[in-house]
Design a protein around this ligand. Structure first.
Ligand code: ZN
Length: 343
């Protein structure tokens, strides 16, 4: 089978399409024939070099496909059968610790993301524990089905589980064009909150409005914190959904109201920030970290898809042979929504 692997870290040129043996499903696993995969910023970081990565490694965290075969025990425990259309959750956890048993897979000590500390899903066939499969929503194309899990789960977990956003809230969501941003805007609107987002061009601002954003701040021309204060009549945002890091952090704090919550899941522009703890305690603000999400989040998202309240945004679709071009498009930040690679 064909698989996208790296044997060394570097530019998009290190991506190779290797021929590997087809995996055999273990007792508790399903073997899935992959139809489509989607890129995340994580793919770029893995390619460029993260600690704890053993090479060579199969790339990719998000995929959707068709069940080919079930391990004997998996066939007893789960409803899947060959031919079923499924989405692969970008979650791997031990399955038997207290956190896993209580549905908090992302707090499991053995939590991993395929394509990061282990082989990923950009391959013609993937064997994985059957408990990490979801039904492919019938409303979605293969591209859309592959595109949503990692980004949407991350956004949903921040918005719902960590920030507890309600219809009374003003929410600032960074990066309307990113996978996390485009999902977070839709979830906030589904809840009934008011959304302020950021965009770098007219075209991206227009698309952000179409997704439901009430206000779009042109971050290259306007000060985000000041603009959020103006929009909210001086009050500030109840919740800030941060995934950009060092560059936006000071503006995020300026935008946050007294008693507000800042939830962060990313550091695209740098991981080290400054905090004046006096401002933090005087304003009763909460800083909350969040990584990925849970199977429950994914099932909740599928239910929002079924009700027409969420739709993954696709930027561009590539064939497997164009994998390097797909990586370059993401690295240059030209996209609005998810970049898909078909197998
Ligand atoms: Zn566990």
């Amino acid at each position: 089978m064909k698989a996208v692997r790296i044997h060394e870290h570097g530019s998009a040129d290190v991506l190779k399409i290797d021929t590997l043996p087809k995996p055999q499903p273990a007792e508790d696993e399903a073997l899935v024939r992959i139809k489509s995969t989607a890129l995340n910023h994580l793919d770029l970081w893995v390619r460029e070099g993260l600690p704890g990565i053993t090479l060579p490694v199969i790339m990719g965290s998000d995929a959707a496909g068709v069940v080919e075969e079930m391990g004997a025990q998996a066939a007893q425990q789960f409803p899947w059968k060959p031919g079923d259309e499924v989405v692969l959750a970008p979650i791997r956890s031990c399955g038997h610790c207290y956190m896993c048993a209580s549905g908090k897979e992302n707090l499991c000590a053995e939590f991993r993301i395929p394509g990061e500390g282990m082989d990923g899903v950009q391959a013609e066939y993937v064997a994985l524990p059957a408990r990490f499969l979801l039904p492919k929503p019938v409303e979605l194309s293969w591209a859309e089905a592959a595109a949503f899990p990692l980004a949407a789960m991350t956004a949903y977990h921040m918005m719902v589980q960590k920030a507890g956003v309600s219809h009374r809230n003003w929410v600032l969501v960074y990066g309307a064009s990113s996978g996390v941003g485009s999902a977070a805007i839709q979830f906030a609107k589904a809840i009934g909150a008011r959304v302020i987002t950021t965009a770098g061009s007219d075209e991206k601002a227009e698309l952000a409005k179409k997704l439901g954003a009430d206000f779009v701040i042109r971050y290259k021309e306007e000060k985000i914190g000041k603009r959020v204060r103006e929009i909210t009549n001086g009050r500030g945002a109840d919740v800030v959904i941060e995934h950009t890091g060092a560059q936006t952090w000071p503006e995020s704090l300026r935008a946050l109201r007294k008693g507000g919550k800042l939830v962060t899941c990313g550091a695209t522009t740098g991981p080290v920030v400054k905090i004046d703890i006096r401002a933090l305690f005087i304003k009763h603000q909460q800083l909350i970290g969040s990584t990925m999400g849970t199977m429950q989040d994914l099932y909740d998202i599928v239910s929002l898809i079924d009700r027409g309240l969420f739709k993954p945004v696709i930027d561009k679709e590539f064939s497997l042979n164009e994998i390097r071009e797909a990586h370059r498009r993401l690295a240059e930040g030209r996209q609005f929504g998810k970049i898909v690679v078909h197998f």
